[in-house]
Design a protein around this ligand. Sequence first.
Ligand code: SF4
Length: 262
Amino acid sequence: MRTDRRQFLRIAGVAALGLGLKPGIEALLGRGLVEASPEILAQGAGAARRWAMVVDLPKCWANPGCTDCIGACDQTHNVPRFEDEKKAIKWVWLEPYGRVFPEQDPRLVSAGLGNRPTPLLCNHCENPACVRVCPTRATWQRPDGIVMMDFHRCIGCRYCMVACPYGARSFNFVDPRAGLDMDKVNADFPTRTRGVVEKCTLCAERIDKGGVPACVEACKQQALLFGDLNDPNSQLRKIVESRYTLVRKPELGTRPQVYYIV
Ligand code: SF4
C-alpha cells in the first residue's frame, strides 16, 4: 500500500509538471531573486528564536585534513557512504573555497585561498525556495527557522533539489542502508529508503533537548558556532554583528543563515 501511494503521488507530481508547475519553478529560479512572502518575513522577525550557524574558516583551516564535523554528522544521522560519487549523500561536506564563493576577489583566490576545503551544509534559509516547491509538504520551515524534512512524506519528485541554489539536498538513488555499517546505526534516528531526498536538519532533535548540533560539538577547533540570531546577547549574534561575514549567493534573496568568517 505504501509503495502504491508513493507511486501514485510520483505520477501525480510528473503530471503536475506537464500541466504547468514547471514554468512556476523556472520562474522562481530564472528570476534570479526569490522574494520573501510577508508571512515568511513576519515569521522570521517575530520568532522567539532564530537558529543560525557561524563557520570560522581560519580556525577550521588551522587544522588541515580534519573532517570531524562530517564524521559526527554522518554517525548521528545514519548518513551512508558510497564510493560512487553519483550515489553520495551529503549533509555536511567540503568544497573548495573558490567554488563556494566564486564572486570573491580572484586575486585572493589565486593566492591559495581558492583550494581550501570549506564546510557546507543546508543554509536553513530565511526564505527557503525548497519549501515553496514541495508538493507534499515533506519539507517545511519551523518557527525557529530550521528547514525540516519528513522522510515519510517525501515522494522523491526532487523539485526541492532543483529549487535549492546550494546543492544542499541529496537523493537516495539506491537503498541508503546498503552504505551503512548496520552494527553502528544510531537507533535514535531513522534510516531512510530509496527514492527519498534528505539533507541537514540542524540536529533539530538535539536542539529540542537543549543540545547543539553534532558537528558543532565535534569541532575541536571551535570553528563552528551555533546560536540564536534573535538574541542580542548571544555569542553568535555578537559575532555576526561585529565581524565581516559572508553568506552564499545573497543576491538570490533566500537569506541563508549560515555565516562564514574568512
Ligand atoms: Fe532549502 Fe537549499 Fe536553503 Fe537548505 S540551502 S533551506 S535546502 S533552499
